[in-house]
Design a protein. Structure first.
Length: 471
């Protein structure tokens, strides 16, 4: 009887899992890794580029299954995968962020809300504050702050660690433009808290003392508390002097005048969530881009010379003390090609996560409802099928029509293309102008190791030797 019972159980389990597998259809091949942590550790150790390359070769060039952040996940590969995601926003897929990101960034009562619900204010407001026409007024501020930054952190030093000083510049600028915060003490305190958040943003969601996830949550609490103080004080200013507040130039003051469908001002917590989203979407990614643009200029003299020639011509057209203008930015065509090639080589962001709204089929595979998907720059940017000689740094590949559609996607695509891409372009080019017109750059350690996770991190901080141009 015992043997019969065991056989019945074994057969029943076999049938159960067979039926379960059939019900899911032909899910993409891959591995789920270990319980809870999935393949997250391998993802970190290998870096996203190598992790994805190995699994494409092992499982499928179209899509493969993995498990990251405790979630079943399918990576959609190549330009067709990118196109599929971008074309099916809000139809088959919706935006999704890992729990570690949501718990670190947002108030607890918003953690279970959809990403679109939390960020709805930004997307209603973004057309006004980040469209090119609106951003023109920020160019003089960017230029003035870049000059101050160069004078204080570059001018008197023979060697500059590009990575940390670039992060300081982009964060100071974000505080000024997004929130009108210029007090050094406030900015320094916010930066310290945000460093904690960054440590746990994309981590395995295990909330134990000492874990990156735990540090990220604590950092998020501190950031939100600081922002709530700023918003409360700003609300008081608005009550006392409504006309002046209405015409403040920073994003926060303007955001506080936005009303919901019932004509009520949006709550302080909702504003805080969205300001945090703006900071994190712009700060780390832009500082990474700036740093690696300067890395390649310090390593490739022939590229530097062409950028210097272009930027010098613009500088010579300006009178003493005159700041850059929108028209000047439009003349920086070769410089922007260099930035684009840098973003192809070392993208400032991994890609984007989505959640399946329903079962759907892609490339002959079934993706079940509720599963998470990932589109990523690492399935196309270094692929020789889309970029000839992909390991050669060549800005001229962005001349004319440039790369084929959905092969070059540092800013995403479709309806959710990064709304801050024009802000990033202006910030990077303004900073580049202020460095290149003053200094010749030379890489101190050509063999410096670069660690890849969700962002690229130079292990020595990208030290460069700076030499002032002869007047």
């Amino acid at each position: 009887m015992n043997i019969l019972a065991i056989l019945v159980i074994v057969v029943s389990l076999f049938l159960f899992f067979f039926i379960l597998r059939r019900s899911k259809g032909n899910v993409p091949p891959g591995s789920s890794g270990w319980p809870v942590i999935g393949e997250s550790i391998k993802f970190v150790l290998l870096g996203p580029q190598k992790f994805i390359k190995e699994r494409k070769e092992k499982y499928s060039q179209d899509a493969f299954r993995t498990s990251l952040f405790g979630q079943k996940m399918v990576v959609l590969c190549g330009p067709l995968g990118n196109k599929f995601v971008f074309a099916n926003e809000s139809k088959l897929l919706t935006s999704w962020w890992p729990l570690s990101v949501r718990k670190a960034l947002f108030f607890p009562e918003f953690v279970e809300s959809s990403t679109d619900e939390v960020s709805s204010l930004v997307y209603r407001f973004i057309r006004d504050i980040l469209r090119p026409e609106a951003l023109k007024q920020y160019i003089p501020v960017m230029d003035s702050m870049a000059r101050e930054h160069v004078n204080s952190l570059w001018a008197d030093n023979e060697i500059v660690k590009v990575f940390p000083v670039s992060k300081k510049y982009t964060f100071d600028l974000a505080c000024r433009l997004f929130m009108g915060v210029v007090d050094v003490e406030n900015v320094t305190r916010l930066a310290k808290h945000i460093t904690l958040v960054n440590a746990g943003l994309f981590s395995v969601p295990i909330d134990l003392p000492g874990t990156a996830y735990n540090r990220g949550i604590k950092g998020g609490q501190l950031v939100r508390a600081e922002l709530m103080k700023i918003i409360t004080e700003r609300r008081k200013e608005m009550v006392e002097n409504k006309f002046e507040a209405a015409y403040r130039s920073d994003f926060l003051s303007r955001m506080m005048l936005v009303t919901d469908e019932n004509g009520k001002f949006v709550s302080e917590k909702q504003i805080t969530n969205n300001i945090i989203g703006l900071i994190f979407a712009s700060y780390e990614t832009t500082s990474t881009a700036v740093s690696f643009v300067l890395k390649y200029l310090s390593e490739l003299p022939h590229i530097y010379d062409e950028v210097y020639k272009e930027q010098s011509a613009i500088a010579k057209s300006k009178s003493e003390g005159e700041t850059l203008t929108w028209e000047d930015i439009q003349k920086m065509k070769y410089s922007w090609n260099v930035v684009c090639e840098t973003l192809r080589f070392i993208p400032p962001a991994l890609g984007g996560f989505r959640e399946a709204l329903t079962d759907f089929t892609y490339a002959g595979f079934t993706i079940p409802k509720g599963w998470k998907t990932l589109w990523t720059v690492h399935t196309t940017h270094k692929d020789p099928k889309y970029f000839i000689d992909p390991e050669t740094f060549d800005p001229l590949r962005f001349e004319g029509k440039g790369p084929a559609p959905t092969t070059y996607v540092p800013f995403g695509g479709g309806s959710r293309m990064c709304p801050g891409r024009e802000y990033a372009r202006l910030e990077i080019l303004v900073f580049l102008h202020n460095i290149v017109t003053k200094f010749k750059l030379e890489k101190v350690n050509p063999q410096e190791k670069i660690e890849f996770y969700f962002l690229a991190v130079p292990m020595e901080g990208l030290p460069v030797r700076v030499t002032r141009h002869k007047m």
